[in-house]
Design a protein around this ligand. Sequence first.
Ligand SMILES: O=C(O)CCC(=O)C(=O)O
Length: 252
Amino acid sequence: MALDPAMKQSYDDNGFLVVERVFTDAELAPLRNRTDEIVRDPSTATKGVRVGRESETQQPKLGEKPPAGDPIRKFEGTVRFDPIFQSFARSPKLLELVRGLIGPRIKLFRDQMLLKPPGGQDKPTHQDQSYFRVKPMDGLVTAWVALDDATIDNGCMRYVPGSHKFGILEMQPDPERPVHHVPKTDGLNLAPEVACPVPAGSVIFHHGLTLHRSGVNNTETWRKALVLHFATAEAMSEIGPLNKEISMLIDS
Ligand SMILES: O=C(O)CCC(=O)C(=O)O
């Protein structure tokens, strides 16, 4: 699936690009089945995959135990360790789109599955590069792959068009949910946020500096997405240890 010049221009201007229905249900099936299996029984996760819970975003209160039935929020390192996710992340049509955005030689820098269970929490506004610090800053693009229809009600992605042009922003710590990197945006002349509901199988690409967030899941069903952070083959993080945990080399 080739990227046409208008798509590239839209990505460069807005810092994100929605490509609907890249994958069919049949192509998503192995990923969905494996994900459901791990959600049902986290002990089936391949060694190395980390299963994260909803309560982990909160600052632990002294002496307080995680709530019973704490739902699963994310898996980290699925592509790095699980062959089913690896084979999906190598889909030629996905890699062709990524190469069209950042250049011909790429790697998968990081990956995560973000699951948003019924009632699952929001992800506050952030820049992916705040976590990854990959140089060059334009050399990181996230492919957000919808495993389910993503809707306003279940917490679809929301983007601030053009916000990647403001560079990396200073963070303000959130004492309640310290895992989140919330940037200071006071005084910036930002465009209004755009909500991006998409059908399952769609991919939203976003620049590593684009401000984005997702809302609470106000439905009774899960909203799952595989999040693949691609980078150019030569790109390196300023945070040394991150370069030792690359999800997958592609064009070495
Ligand atoms: O899937 C979500 O709810 C948030 C994803 C996100 O923030 C990201 O892909 O960087």
